[in-house]
Design a protein around this ligand. Structure first.
Ligand code: AMP
Length: 291
């Protein structure tokens, strides 16, 4: 039986926006497994862990009930399902906002204008919490999809839906009014799995790998040669993780500098380093950073 084979179980979205990045993250953690969007269960070959591919709506509940020890799912789903789970890490992908939008020509300009209006959503729990917090009374029109069409069909005056950017809203003739929730993919677990020593040990090992991969994301390793006399100046240019490594070269008066650098600044930094005397600059990807 898969259910109680003693191995850790992690639930990920079977097929959708989070699937590829979740699989990539687990592979970046050194886990070897075969994954197909048709399969339900993928055993990991080199770690005591099985992957369960599920509908993401079901993941919070499965984790809460201990069917899975871990789950990767959007924070939006965890909140909507009111799941009693523990969040272990924010994973930095699947970023989106749950936003209230209104038709471009609507007279509604602020959230106060939503009083007495109809708001269509697939997130009734989060929306009703939001309305309660803001002391607004409005009708929630609960739909199971295609929410953006509701104002055109005169089913609603506003919608509360997930967006990555405002572009999709504008393309559908809608104007973003207010962000209700910012969400990204999260790694969740339950209390029971954390209390079982064997599972807790496996979760801790996995967490070190996950945070190593997240740390390495968007970073590069940079190596360069320079005259020793240029080091004080070069050090002020390199925004390094701690302090750069400086090693003498066989050639008298020359050194090599090594450092970790963020991907989004490295072109800028490289140009400045070159001007300050660095040469033979090599930049390579980093797989993981264990601190
Ligand atoms: P889906 O595959 O469309 O069911 O989306 C899965 C999850 O991806 C959602 O629950 C959100 O957490 C996240 N997500 C990121 N961007 C978006 C977006 N533009 N629309 C819907 N979901 C998004």
């Amino acid at each position: 039986m898969i259910a109680n084979n003693g191995r850790l179980k992690i639930a990920i979205q079977k097929s959708g926006r989070l699937t590829d990045e979740s699989v990539n993250l687990l592979r970046a953690c050194g886990l070897e497994f075969e994954f197909s969007k048709q399969g339900l269960y993928s055993p990991c070959k080199n770690f005591d862990l099985d992957l369960l591919s599920l509908r993401d709506d079901d993941i919070p509940e499965y984790v809460q009930d201990g069917v899975a020890d871990l789950g990767i799912v959007g924070e939006n789903i965890v909140r909507e399902k009111r799941a009693r789970v523990e969040t272990l890490a924010q994973l930095g992908y699947g970023s989106c906002r749950l936003m209230i939008s209104v038709p471009q020509r609507s007279s509604i300009r602020t959230i106060q204008g939503l009083r007495g209006k109809r708001i269509a959503t697939t997130y009734p729990v989060i929306l009703s919490q939001f309305l309660r917090t803001n002391r607004l009374k409005a009708d929630i029109v609960e739909l199971s999809g295609s929410v953006e069409i509701a104002p055109t069909l005169d089913v609603a005056d506003a919608i509360c839906d997930l967006l990555s950017t405002g572009t999709t809203a504008r393309m559908n003739g809608l104007r973003p009014l207010h962000t209700v929730l910012e969400s990204e993919a999260t790694l969740i677990t339950n209390k029971k799995s954390l209390q079982e020593k064997r599972k807790k040990d496996l979760i801790d090992r996995l967490l070190i790998r996950v945070s190593g991969s997240l740390q390495a994301r968007g970073k590069r390793y940079m190596m360069m040669n320079a005259p020793a006399s240029a080091v004080p100046r070069l050090k002020t240019i390199i925004p390094s993780l701690k302090s750069p490594t400086v090693v003498p070269l066989a050639e008298e008066g020359m050194v090599a500098l090594h450092s970790v650098i963020a991907e989004d600044v490295f072109w800028d930094v490289m140009e400045k380093l070159k001007k300050a005397g660095a040469s033979d600059i090599i930049v390579v990807p980093i797989e993981t950073i264990i601190q």
